[in-house]
Design a protein around this ligand. Structure first.
Ligand code: GLU
Length: 396
């Protein structure tokens, strides 16, 4: 008898990743010859720096073609710990036993969510938030509890807002600064207050710091630097965004050793180690500090230039509201009331693609349907043209 696929209860409510779906749609349209301006997925447009590519080529020739330890090669975990210890000076040094290397920070986040949360647990998710947090929490069969940020403060949440949304079932909170999709950056005080609350309440803090090095108005503070204790802290980071290494798929967690052991055991049954050659490429990115810092600096300078150009272009459209982008490479625009649609962000995304050939991500993917996200990780000319078309569509 032919078997017709019925989703298991594990994935009954799973939705496709909206960010990846927009990227795929834009790629397909381009392949058909449609001149799409792709401000969809957040992916640096730079090549991975040459010294990293060369380190990877050398690693292949040297035989980095086999399994490694599930948690990653020791030199890379040492380099990650050393990098962390340059940020945090207040506490015991981070050790390699607290580091698990994974197949992208997406896997690191999933490891953390599955190992810390389960049925009956509530997880606070400040919104807008990156689309996959909701799905990961649901896959872990915990409940995602959205907490809407303050529009008067770059859509950021405060400790008081999290406290008001908490219940006795609350087990953790997902933080992300600089933020995807808004580009907002939490100040030291804002973050410190949230970390303090989480410690008092015994919540896990999953601090996704993948955009930490991409900040335009001073350094983005790391939770590692200000947390009163690391007992409840899981730092997630990776090489994808800062080093233009999206395709290499290397991310990591820094978490207490017993949790790290559990995450490694979980990963040992799902994917084993991240690709050996990619681990060596990431090692070069972290260990060759001088070259890496120069490359990151250059890319962040270019992102900032594009941000400034895009904001100048928006200056011609005084009615358009957006979150001030202080980091990452996203612009979050308010499209409330667009053509009277029930989901204004989705309606706007469809209209701007159809009428202006610009691909963007609707805010419903991030828990806020009245907004849309445009990524300016593309050339300045393309970013300015794309944002001008968006503003035109919005105001005509
Ligand atoms: N994180 C990026 C984004 O939000 C890449 C796509 C994804 O993995 O979601 O666009």
């Amino acid at each position: 008898m032919p078997l017709s696929f019925q989703p298991s209860p594990n994935i009954a409510r799973l939705k496709e990743s909206a960010t990846l779906a927009v990227a795929a749609k834009a790629r397909a349209l381009k392949a058909q010859g449609v001149p799409v301006i792709d401000l969809g997925a957040g992916e640096p447009d730079f090549d991975t720096p040459a010294f990293i590519r060369q380190a990877a080529a050398r690693a292949i020739e040297a035989g980095a073609t086999r399994y490694t330890n599930t948690e990653g090669i020791l030199p890379l975990r040492e380099a990650i710990a050393a990098d962390a210890n340059r940020i945090q000076v207040q506490q015991q040094p981070v050790t390699p036993a607290e580091v698990v290397v994974s197949n992208g920070s997406k896997q690191s986040l999933y490891n953390a969510v599955v190992c810390c949360f389960g049925p009956g647990d509530d997880v606070l998710i400040p919104i807008p938030s990156w689309t996959s947090y909701f799905e990961m929490v649901e896959l872990a069969r915990a409940a995602a509890v959205p907490v809407l940020g303050d529009p008067a403060n770059s859509l950021k949440v405060t400790a008081a807002m999290l406290e008001a949304a908490a219940t006795p079932r609350t087990k953790g909170v997902m933080l992300n600064s600089p933020n995807n999709p808004t580009g907002a950056v939490y100040s030291r005080d804002e973050l410190a207050a949230i970390l303090e609350l989480a410690r008092d309440r015994g919540w896990w803090v999953v601090a996704d710091e993948i955009y930490r090095r991409i900040a335009y108005e001073g350094d983005a503070v790391s939770a590692l630097d200000i947390a009163p204790t690391r007992d409840n802290l899981i730092i997630v980071n990776g090489v994808a965004k800062a080093y233009a290494m999206t395709g290499w798929r290397i991310g990591w967690t820094i978490a207490p050793a017993p949790l790290s052991k559990a995450m490694s055991a979980f990963q040992g049954h799902t994917t084993s180690n991240a690709a050996a050659v990619s681990q060596h490429a990431a090692l070069a990115a972290l260990a060759e500090r001088e070259q890496a810092d120069a490359a990151v600096h250059e890319m962040v300078r270019a992102f900032r230039q594009r941000r400034d150009a895009v904001l100048r272009a928006l200056g011609a459209f005084p009615g358009v509201r957006y979150v001030h982008p202080a980091g990452a490479f996203y612009l979050y625009l308010h499209v409330d009331g667009f053509r009277g649609a029930a989901d204004p962000g989705a309606a706007f995304a469809a209209a701007v693609l159809e009428e202006q050939q610009v691909a963007i991500v609707p805010g419903s993917a991030f828990g806020t349907p009245n907004w849309i996200r445009a990524s300016y990780a593309t050339t300045e000319a393309v970013a300015v043209e794309g944002v001008t078309r968006i503003a035109t569509c919005l105001t005509t």
